[in-house]
Design a protein around this ligand. Sequence first.
Ligand code: AMP
Length: 282
Amino acid sequence: MRVVTTIKEMREIIREKKAEQVSIGFVPTMGYLHDGHIALIRRARAENDIVVVSIFVNPLQFGPDEDFDIYPRDLERDKKISAREKVDFIFHPSAEEMYPGTLSVKVIVQDRTDVLCGKSRPGHFDGVATVLTKLFHIVQPDRVYMGMKDAQQVAVVEGLISDFNFPIELIPVDTVREEDGLAKSSRNVHLTPEEREQAPHLYKSLLEAKKLILEGERDEVKIVSHMRDYITEKTNADIDYIEIYSFPQLKKLDRLEGRMIIALAVKFSKVRLIDNIVLTVP
Ligand code: AMP
C-alpha cells in the first residue's frame, strides 16, 4: 500500500493504471477509519482491481462554528487498517494541495439540500460536491462507495454524478452499527460516557417509527412527535431535526407510501450525530 500526498503523483499512478485497463474503486473518507469505512473498502476490494481510499478532512464542507479543528485524525492508525484491508493507495493531500488559492469555481447543489442537514448546515453539500468533483477528476474511479449513514450525501452525489456526467457508478452501502445499534461514526469518540449510553436510543427511535409505519400508521406528525418524545425522555441531546421524506428525491410525501427516509440529527454536548432508516411502504 502506498500513501500519495500530491495530485501530480496520484494522476501519474492513475494514468499508468488506466493504461493497464484495470477497474478503480474509490472510497472517499475524512479518515479515523472505523468499521463503517471498512465495509465500504471491503466492497470496493471485492468489486475492483484497484482500491483508492482518500483521507481528507475537507475544510470546505465545515461551517465556521463546526468541528473542523477537533475532528479526530490518526493517519498512522488509518494506514495500518488500510494495509490490512488491502487498499492499494491512500490519497492524503494537504488542504493547501487541494485548495492552493481561492476557488474561482465552486459546485452549488440546488436540489435535495433544502431539508435535513442541507438546511441545518448551509453550504455543507456545496463543499462536499466541490471536493468530490475534484477527487473524481483526480482518481477517475469506475465505482465510488458511499455509506447510507449519510443518506442525503448519497442522494446529492447521485445528482452530481448524473448531472455532471461522471462515468462513475455510485454504490451505496448499508450503515454499519455498534452492537447496541449506534451508527459507527468517527465523531462518536467525542461522546461522554453518559451520552454514549444514551446514543443507541436514536436508532431505537427510528426503529419505533418504522414499526409504526409498517403497522399502518400514516400520520407523519404523530410519528415524528412520538420520536421526539422518545429521544427527549431517553437522552440529554438537543434535537436538530426529525423528518420524513421520499428517498432519494427528499421531497415531502402526501402520503407515507413508497420509498422513504426517516432521518434525524441531534446535538450532544460536543458532537452532532445523524442517523436514518430508509424503508419502502407498498
Ligand atoms: P466520513 O469519513 O465520515 O466522511 O465517511 C466516509 C464514508 O464512509 C461516507 O460515504 C460515509 O457515509 C461512510 N460511513 C461513515 N460511517 C458509516 C457507517 N457507520 N456505515 C456505513 N458507512 C459509513
